[in-house]
Design a protein around this ligand. Structure first.
Ligand code: ADP
Ligand code: MG
Length: 364
């Protein structure tokens, strides 16, 4: 079972807005999902992810905007005519039906003949690695198996588009990690255009071709995982993806300064009156011997956290800004770690110093 390139469709979401009372659940959202792409909507709870997925599936009609599947405007099309497969957080399986009954249900709705249904259900079971489970009842299955049944039901009619809303959130961590890889492999095999929703940034980074970071119903940044991590467009994305410290800067005579020192950096000046620098904890070096193109910050160690293979230093700058430093634990590092209360110097290379727009440029 596979969706050929000609049947997987690109999705064009244009200026979609949806309000509930005076609350904007979606605020002028425009996203283009490429043919066969795995795109993730990532954002905190209440940011509008499910609302956008419901607009794609046809269960929610937005106030305004347009939605194209390929070249076709579908905004007025009812859900059952959109040919979209959907997996919900709760699986939404029918408890009184067998596994095969659940998976075959979309085919029954489409009046597919019984022989063909049997064959396609078998195929879908194989795809999700549940061969031989057709006669089981839903309550006889584990969480991960139920999740796969939901997935099989979503793909059995070979939809051109697959939508998934936090499908792994009910699973424990180990199973979730495995299913992330499985879903990704399945996507590569079937090739359908996929929009995936999660609030888990690590899951999004693991699975996605590209990620749209959503906050308050608006797209904060749309980029591939490496770009989001290494070049977040604003404070919100920097904060939401990965671990980072954000240090406020001042400007004097066109120079960026921190605590009396000129800041060395290699990024573009953000279009904002206030500018901060962002650093990842693993890019900071504790040293008395900084290199010529490094920024130096004086800090006080607040806390030392041993985390097995790595350590985390929580430090504070003179102005109170918290800066986290992460390093690998190896050989003598443990003995050499500074204690709480010690004054240390943090060195950050110019290339690891990322400028971002200051706080007031971003709505929280
Ligand atoms: P997410 O999936 O990112 O957690 P949702 O899309 O479910 O967020 O919700 C976005 C916002 O819209 C929330 O503030 C939510 O309370 C509100 N909302 C969603 N559906 C409705 C509805 N049917 N009626 C009123 N408010 C809604
Ligand atoms: Mg949701």
């Amino acid at each position: 079972m596979s969706v050929s390139d000609s049947t997987a469709l690109p999705i064009t979401i244009q200026s979609v807005t949806k309000t509930y009372g005076d609350m904007r659940a979606l605020d002028n959202v425009s996203i283009r999902v490429e043919r066969g792409e795995f795109l993730t909507l990532l954002g905190p709870s209440g940011s509008g992810k499910t609302t956008l997925l419901m607009v794609l599936a046809g269960f929610t009609r937005p106030d305004c905007g347009s939605l194209l599947f390929g070249d076709e405007e579908v905004i007025r099309k009812p859900p059952h005519l959109r040919n979209v497969g959907m997996v919900f957080q709760s699986y939404a399986l029918f408890p009184h039906m067998s596994v095969a009954g659940n998976i075959g249900y979309p085919l029954k709705l489409r009046k597919v003949p019984r022989d063909e249904t049997t064959q396609r259900v078998e195929q879908a079971l194989t795809t999700v690695q549940l061969q031989g489970f057709g006669d089981r009842r839903i309550h006889e299955l584990s969480g991960g198996q139920r999740q796969r049944v939901a997935l099989a039901r979503a793909i059995v009619f070979e939809p051109r588009i697959l939508l998934m809303d936090e499908p792994l959130s009910a699973l424990d961590k180990k199973l979730r990690d495995r299913m992330q890889i499985e879903l990704r492999e399945l996507h590569e095999k079937l090739g359908m255009t996929t929009v995936y929703v999660t609030h888990d940034q690590r899951e999004a980074l693991t699975m996605s071709d590209r990620i749209a970071v959503i906050n308050h119903g608006a797209v904060m940044q749309l980029a591939d995982p490496a770009t989001l991590y290494n070049a977040p467009a604003n404070h919100f994305v920097a904060d939401f993806i990965g671990d980072s410290s954000i240090i406020g800067l001042t400007q004097e005579n066109g120079q960026l300064m921190h605590a009396g020192n000129t800041v060395r950096h290699q990024s573009v000046m953000p279009d904002s009156t206030t500018v901060s620098m962002m650093v990842r904890p693993e890019r900071i070096r504790v040293t008395n011997d900084p290199g010529p193109d490094e920024n130096i910050l004086d800090a006080t160690v607040v806390n030392v956290v041993y985390q097995g293979d790595t350590y985390l230093l929580q430090t504070a700058l003179a102005d109170g800004t918290e800066v986290k430093v992460r390093g690998m634990v190896s050989g003598d590092t443990l003995k050499q770690l500074p204690r709480a209360g010690t004054q240390i110097k943090l060195a950050i290379k110019a290339e690891d110093t990322l400028l971002i727009a200051g706080d007031e440029a971003v709505r929280h």
